[in-house]
Design a protein around this ligand. Structure first.
Ligand SMILES: Cc1cc2nc3c(=O)[nH]c(=O)nc-3n(C[C@H](O)[C@H](O)[C@H](O)COP(=O)(O)OP(=O)(O)OC[C@H]3O[C@@H](n4cnc5c(N)ncnc54)[C@H](O)[C@@H]3O)c2cc1C
Length: 306
């Protein structure tokens, strides 16, 4: 079996940037792109904060351009998920359905998945008022009313950020107290634009083409209410896509891959980039930057083992 120089897991901004750099370094990378090829930006419409696109660009188009750029320099793609890895020794191995790929270096860029409410109306209106990222989409809600679902630090951060644009921010939380840190709670609770709907969950998102409101249910009284909003930000957490690395790579208590010194993991030859290791910034540009870093670290590593 041919042992590749580098196999990249994931084809979001981190994986594709790593692929561009690795391909241009003549490492002939194989990208196991995943079933959601293109990553999280495939779920969105307009991306306005990726440098180089003053008019903005549609998420899927940005990802298509990145992929074509990597292919131009010789990166190969398999549009499947990796089902298992074996990082116990060299060469490193990555399994897909029916195939085993061996490599001297692996770049893990499997990203994270936002937790959603799981409502059909939420899926239908995704990118049309339903979002999981205020930094990304807050700007579109200038002068509008929005709702945020969640009670942790991320939800409070999203709510506070949205007050810069929105006329009002309604935080809907299933309990009567917040999980967020005291300082974030205080800021949110005292903010004149933020109001709280306690003990409640969202049962439906209203609107044909774009969000027009949400239906909430009070879990104690079972009473249902309609709140007119044009945006719904779901901030109930993220799951890093790291199931297949359990027992193979060191993960932190939340399941994110632990990063050491640049983009190195605890396993020699395995590098990591993007939302799978970064729970803080979670942006396409930071993921792309991390992908560049991982490819450069892998290149230096490969020079050492060649
Ligand atoms: C709705 C929405 C809108 C957003 N808007 C913006 C925005 O406007 N601007 C911005 O900067 N950021 C935005 N973001 C955030 C941005 O999309 C992420 O920060 C970025 O995509 C992270 O890139 P990544 O490459 O680390 O991971 P991801 O984009 O999550 O990509 C992960 C990749 O790994 C693959 N994968 C997963 N498991 C496996 C496996 N077992 N084997 C192989 N492959 C696997 C997936 O198929 C996918 O290709 C948005 C996010 C969402 C959800």
């Amino acid at each position: 079996m041919t042992v590749r120089n580098v196999v990249i897991l994931g084809s979001g901004p981190a994986g594709l940037t790593a692929a561009i750099y690795a391909a241009r370094a003549d490492l002939q990378p194989l990208v196991i792109a995943g079933r959601q090829a293109g990553g999280q930006l495939m779920l969105t419409s307009e991306v306005e904060n990726f440098p180089g696109f003053p008019e903005g660009i549609m998420g899927p188009e940005l990802m298509d351009r990145m992929r074509r750029q990597a292919e131009r320099f010789g990166a190969e793609f398999v549009d499947e998920d990796a089902t298992a890895v074996d990082f116990r020794g060299a060469p490193l191995a990555v399994m897909t359905e029916g195939a085993r790929h061996e490599a001297r270096a692996v770049i893990v860029a499997t990203g994270a998945s936002a937790r959603w409410l799981g409502l059909p109306s939420e899926a239908r209106l995704m990118g049309r008022g339903v979002s999981s990222c205020a930094t990304c989409d807050g700007f579109f809600f200038r002068g509008k009313d929005v709702a945020v679902v969640g009670g942790g630090d991320t939800a409070m951060e999203e709510a506070l950020f949205l007050t810069k644009f929105a006329t009002s921010v309604t935080v809907i939380h299933r309990r009567h107290e917040l999980r967020a840190s005291k300082i974030m709670q205080d800021r949110a609770l005292q903010h004149p634009k933020i109001r709280f709907v306690w003990d409640s969950v969202v049962r439906d998102v209203l609107g044909a083409d774009h969000v027009e409101g949400v239906v909430t249910e009070n879990l104690k009284t079972k009473e249902r209410s309609e709140i007119p909003v044009q945006g719904l930000f779901v901030a109930i957490g993220y799951n890093p896509n790291t199931e297949i690395f359990r027992g193979q790579l060191e993960l932190d208590e939340r399941g994110y891959v632990k990063i050491y010194d640049g983009s190195r993991t605890n396993v020699e030859g395995v590098f990591v980039a993007g939302d799978v290791e970064d729970y803080h910034y979670r942006q396409a540009i930071t993921a792309a930057g991390a992908g560049c870093r991982a490819a450069m670290d892998a290149e230096v590593f490969l020079e050492g083992v060649a």
